[in-house]
Design a protein around this ligand. Sequence first.
Ligand SMILES: [Zn+2]
Length: 326
Amino acid sequence: MGISQYPTVLNYSLLDGLTNAFDEIIMVIGRFAPTPSGPLHFGSLIAALGSFLHSRSKGGEWLIRIDDLDTVRTIPGMDAEILRTLEHFSLTWDGEVLYQSSRTSFYQEIIEQFIKQGVIYPCSCSRKEVSGSPYPGTCRNGPSSKRAARSLRIRTTDQLIQFHDQVQGEFGQILETETGDFIIKRADGFVAYHLATVVDDASQGVTEVVRGADLLDSTPRQIYLQKLLEYSQLEYTHLPVATDETGQKLSKSNGTLALDTKRSPGYYLYLALVFLGQNPPQDLQYEKSKTCIEWGLKHWDIDRIPAQSSRPSNALSSTENHSETG
Ligand SMILES: [Zn+2]
């Protein structure tokens, strides 16, 4: 090797060093955003465990955000119960818990910004008039009736919004024809879920969203808002959704699969790992939650997660929740 090549070699190693340094700087931040309208159930445990393992297995942080915007649905004390349940399963979080109810003035600022940009408009349609999707754009050029405006909608476009989901693959929607202009501020005065989620993910520095596949089709709307607000797009992973015997998603409304705190947490963590295709050893169900989490962190493999919804296991019997959690 001639001496003239030294500078080249030197440059490469310098570049390597720089790349590694950048890798370390880009921190992975995941989050779990339960609604305090009921206790966590098996479906929400899957979402919590999946997002925890996905972030923490990469050395990232995992945050908790309480989606308590809808004060009608919020049950007092339920936030504390959810946090206790997460601790029971050794799903420990980083930093302080963020309550969305503390953020309303910030959401209002974003709404004012949208009003200035001319991208939102008042809608006076009743729920009955716009039942079913997409919203036909009735109030796009001014309220359709003399009734007072009830909500604020954001203008959508005919552009295809597509993204790659880590489990579900390519997914895209043309919002104008598939959802229509969607609500940013609800008729009851609460800021809509999509806006609060996007704004808080950005404020908290979240880099990846792991949640149930029932929210897959809400993602293009959230990406659309991210673009309007000039936020970075996140990495999305939509996990299969646990269903009951009739194929219904486990939820508060249809009553399903409560987590029995008298059972060992290892039992549920084992079942959740099985549900997520991680193939845990059977003995893991008799272990402490910490041991199960350690096993999950060591073996987490996103390629093993099945895309389809399914019934978790007949070992579980029936009971209970919403938005990002079940
Ligand atoms: Zn309308």
